[in-house]
Design a protein around this ligand. Structure first.
Ligand code: CA
Length: 548
């Protein structure tokens, strides 16, 4: 029997015995078992590709460990590449370049598979896409480590990696070499030696020499930043210990050098961090907040604090830096905690920096007009949502709460709730809702029909219902799609459902035949925009539902 035939049979045969979400909706042959013992709708490979590119598989899910989840998603990627390689590569580039994913790692992994595809057209597309996906030295090193782990190098892959070094100007290449010397067991020197590109200019030749630790044949061709970095290291070494910090700070300020150019011993001094601050890139600034506070550079009334707060709240700078909302949320969460993961590093968070991080979080979604519609935003806080989001030190429920807040910032008419097998917390006045308002105790079982059932029981007419979940529903008597049909019959025929997936698994609760339902990846920077766009569309024609 085919899967479809099996499901059709089970849909009728087991529903009476076990009922509800433990069996498919009667008559539906397009449902599959999820990982939790319930049934959902299978995602297409295209949908799974998008989920993986945004969510990745780090840390796995409550039900599937990260190895199995990675294997599943790699199979999806290989199928998508075999089906239409160039289109799949184009999708990888789109998601990666737009900064929609919190991490670029899934896109790099997908590109590594594309670079190894059996079809020449796919490989060529992947080679052309390489500089657009591996935009920084750290991306290149990750990609090289992945290619190495996948079985190594071919002439064309070497050529594609080599082009990364030759297609940017020497000054830009030098900057990358300075900032990203090594990662994942690979040094830029290793990649350069493997790829062995021919230097197109004396400037490139000088940077290649510098990367490989050789004295440049033409020192005058070395980009100024690299020369300044070398001078800094020599000068600090030659100076007496008590004069080193001031010397390093002066040279950092004079040459606008990044943190990576500074000898590591000098990074324990406030003086050097003050010098780094004016030209520090946004992401480095986010990562540096703790040390800047610990060293006393960011004190409540310091000029530096005002400078940093203004920069964090600068929406244009946030947009240009492509800070991802989840990265900002993580940075804010870590900063407010006042200590590092292992607890050794401690700092006292400065209130105005905490406020500035809130503004930064808002800015990271970009400007978006409210739809003005009545919205219900529901966060799954069942036990499975306690898993780390993307292996980060926050749970999927925390991440979902952050995205829920992002949505409500744009929508003054929102109601937010948390649920497991029942609705637990309801907040109506959500205009200035904070993530911390939503971080409470976790629940147990999962019934994804609960938000819709609750809205119906309350008689509340919502235009849109947004659910943030890992989609592993099993405990309810009614499938979410059935509850939605009932809500449409009784309360609002035009209601739309958006389901934001917090895990890259194979099934969700979005009925693929319902034009009024949408499934998206829950950590997509575009979530608020996608929700607004979907709600802004004309109401879908009502499906024939006399059999439901
Ligand atoms: Ca669950």
């Amino acid at each position: 029997m085919t899967t479809t035939t099996t499901n059709a049979y089970l849909g009728w045969a087991t529903r009476g015995a076990r009922g509800g979400q433990a069996a498919p909706i009667p008559g539906r042959t397009d449902m599959v078992p999820n990982n939790a013992g319930g049934w959902g709708f299978a995602l297409s490979d295209t949908e799974r590709l998008d989920r993986f590119l945004v969510l990745g598989s780090e840390g796995g899910t409550y039900y599937v460990n990260q190895e199995a989840l990675t294997t599943q998603n790699a199979a999806v990627l290989l199928r998508a590449l075999a089906q239409d390689g160039p289109a799949t590569v184009a999708r990888i580039v789109d998601i990666s370049e737009a900064g929609r994913a919190p991490k670029n790692t899934p896109a790099l992994f997908a590109l590594a598979l594309a670079l190894r595809a059996p079809e020449a057209a796919t490989r060529q597309a992947a080679e052309a896409a390489l500089p657009r996906v591996a935009r920084t030295g750290t991306h290149l090193l990750q990609l090289a480590a992945m290619l190495h782990a996948l079985g190594g190098w071919s002439r064309s892959r070497r050529r594609a990696l080599g082009a990364w070094f030759t297609t940017r100007e020497p000054a830009a290449l030098g900057w990358q070499a300075l900032k990203y010397a090594q990662r994942d067991g690979f040094a830029l020197r290793d990649v350069l030696r493997l790829a062995h590109p021919k230097a197109p200019t004396p400037g490139h030749a000088a940077v290649f020499d510098w990367i490989c630790g050789r004295k440049p044949a033409d020192p005058a061709a070395l980009p100024a930043t690299l020369a300044a970095r070398d001078t800094l290291h020599r000068a600090v070494e030659a100076a007496p210990a008590e004069a080193r910090a001031a010397l390093a700070a002066a040279m950092v300020a004079h040459h606008n050098l990044p943190r990576e150019a500074v000898p590591s011993a000098m990074l324990a001094t406030a003086e050097v961090w003050r010098a780094l601050l004016p030209s520090m890139p946004m992401m480095a600034l986010l990562r540096g907040l703790a040390v800047l506070t610990r060293l006393g550079v960011l004190a409540e009334d310091a000029a530096e604090t005002a400078f940093v707060a203004a920069r964090l709240a600068d929406s244009e700078a946030v947009r240009r830096a492509r800070l991802h909302p989840f990265q900002v949320f993580l940075a804010a969460h870590t900063y407010a905690r006042g200590h590092g993961l292992r607890g050794q590093a401690k700092w006292t968070p400065v209130p105005s920096i905490i406020d500035a991080l809130e503004a930064c979080f808002d800015a990271s979604f970009g400007g978006l007009a409210p739809t003005g519609q009545h919205l219900l935003v529901a966060i799954d806080v069942s036990g499975s949502m306690s898993m780390p989001a993307q292996g980060a030190p926050v749970s999927c429920a925390d991440a979902a709460a952050a995205m829920a807040v992002a949505i409500t910032r744009r929508e003054p008419n929102a109601t937010v709730l948390t649920f497991d097998t029942k609705v637990r917390l309801v907040l109506h006045d959500t205009h200035r809702l904070k993530v911390s308002d939503l971080l409470g105790e976790m629940g147990g079982g999962t019934d994804l029909a609960q938000p819709v059932l609750w809205a119906r029981a309350q008689g509340l007419a919502f235009d849109g219902i947004v659910v943030l979940t890992d989609n592993e529903t099993w405990a309810g008597h009614t499938h979410p799609a059935e509850a939605l049909a009932e809500y449409r019959r009784t309360i609002n025929p035009a209601v739309k459902l958006v389901c934001c997936a917090m895990a890259a698994n194979h099934a969700n609760v979005v009925d693929p035949t319902d034009a009024g339902s949408l499934g998206i990846a829950g950590l997509d920077a575009a979530v608020p925009a996608l929700v607004a766009e979907f709600l802004g569309q004309a109401a879908p024609a009502l499906a024939e539902d006399d059999d439901a």
